[in-house]
Design a protein around this ligand. Sequence first.
Ligand code: G6P
Length: 494
Amino acid sequence: MTDDPRRLVLVASNRGPVSFGFAADGSLISRRGGGGMVSGMTSGLTAAARHDDVLWICAALSDADRAVARQDPGGTRPDGEVPVRMLDIPPRMFSGAYNGVANSVLWFTHHMLFDTPNQPRFGPRFRQHWDSYVAYNERFAAALAEEAAAAVLPPASALIQDYHLALAPRLLREARLDVRIAHFSHTPWAPPAYYRLLPDDVAGAVLDGVLGADHAGFLARRWAGAFLDCCEAVLGADVERDCTGDGAAGRVAYRGHTTEVAVHPLGVDAPALRARAREYDVEAHAAALAEATRGRKLIVRIDRTELSKNIVRGLDAYRELLATRPQWRGQVTHLAFAYPSRSELAEYRAYTERVHEIAREINEEFGTDDWEPLILDLKDDYPRSLAACRIADVLLVNPIRDGMNLVAEEGPILSGRACALVLSREAGAAAVLADNALLVNPFDVSATADAMHEALTMSAAERQRRCAGLAATAASLAPGRWLADQLSALRAAP
Ligand code: G6P
């Protein structure tokens, strides 16, 4: 064990590890935040808290969160876990930043989701949202600066997460020169030709904001490379690219400061996940699902109902599988879990409707008295998701684009049947899982149906070998190490 003094590590993200609600009697109940960023960071930070002081700064998302933030502005520690400070951001400012810019503009840009003949259109409304986004980032930068000033052993490290907070690194640097700043993108990054859909000043401000950091991290080389390309093409920054090394992608010199750009793929805390999946509630769900599907082969997908996840084409591919390979009718069931997401946005509501519609069509077209070809469930249920991973024969992960995709890694770790993985080549996870997955072009519905067929017919020995390889890779990229690598790179930065 080391006797090194404890240093301060600050994390900033929109969604935090916990969110509160009010129970019927008015008391507070807490629930865990969802999504890939939150689960990876929670696990990584819990490991870091053994030798450093940590504080996670996030936005108050619910009314109960706001009440907590007002009562206890200095931070709170629910369930004895990572301490959290919630920022009480005015609802209008929050909505402009979160819905108006982060989710409907930056997310769409990096995932290349715009229906470009019609969208985006940047007018006065967008400018109001952009002002909110700037103000929201200022709130976070001010809170980080305040906490960093209180560090017993400076300099503090500030780990700023995602596209919600692209401006915060620069704003924090302007407020405090001594803080070590990292920014991490859990999404893809758009190539310059697409990135330039953004208004020129916004495109420049977002890049300049991230370049306020000493270290900019990405989940895959492709995304880091696109970021470097954008820095060069949009800002005319001085970019150096590394073609070798253990994950380093390059560096950008801009406005007298150099930012290291690096790749840190994120995996899974395999022992913790396996232990959770052995608990009673998961066992019960696994038994119920097996009963409902009566020994048939299972194709499983687990996603949020998110445009980038490509659920509609996935269902189309399943329909094509049943239409072109009648031998599977009655022999296979598709379990599609599509959990609610961002329902404030009209595009998401329409997409959810479309998912329902196709599911209905498939069951009408192929269903029989004793076989329901597709079970679609939109109710978020974590233990049931773990159970589905345990009993899947095939796991379908076919996003249009995805920063990493943790389901592709969790599935093989939990699999009790040595599942075959059908994986989009556009997911960041493909960079590390390609050897043992069946890679597909997510736009090619027929190729996805072919891959499902190949996965269903793969020999047991081949499935065992591939699944073990997938699980080993995912386990080797555990969040504790992922975070520790970023912290040491940040502390080693000049
Ligand atoms: C996914 C992405 C994260 C992002 C999160 C936001 O999980 O991987 O990068 O932070 O979505 O989701 P939210 O539900 O908070 O809008």
